[in-house]
Design a protein around this ligand. Structure first.
Ligand code: SF4
Length: 68
């Protein structure tokens, strides 16, 4: 499992990074969130899904490894 952020939908609120900093971070240059290229372990999976579901603009989605 991987996650991706639609930067056109991201409003740079930082919520995802606050909920799951292991996976999401705010891109310093442009301000929107990015999903790190990390393995989604069982330990961080729930936080990552909570971050996805908590995104106010639904900018985060799951994707296949190949799409990431
Ligand atoms: S929670 Fe959604 S809108 Fe907020 S920074 Fe993350 S991806 Fe962007």
């Amino acid at each position: 499992m991987k996650f991706k952020v639609d930067k056109d939908a991201c409003i740079c609120c930082g919520a995802c990074a606050a909920i799951c900093e292991e996976v999401f971070e705010i891109n310093d240059d442009e301000g929107y969130a990015i999903a790190k290229d990390v393995e989604i372990t069982e330990e961080i999976k729930n936080d990552a899904i909570n971050a996805m579901e908590g995104c106010p603009t639904s900018a985060i989605s799951k994707c296949d490894e190949k799409e990431a």
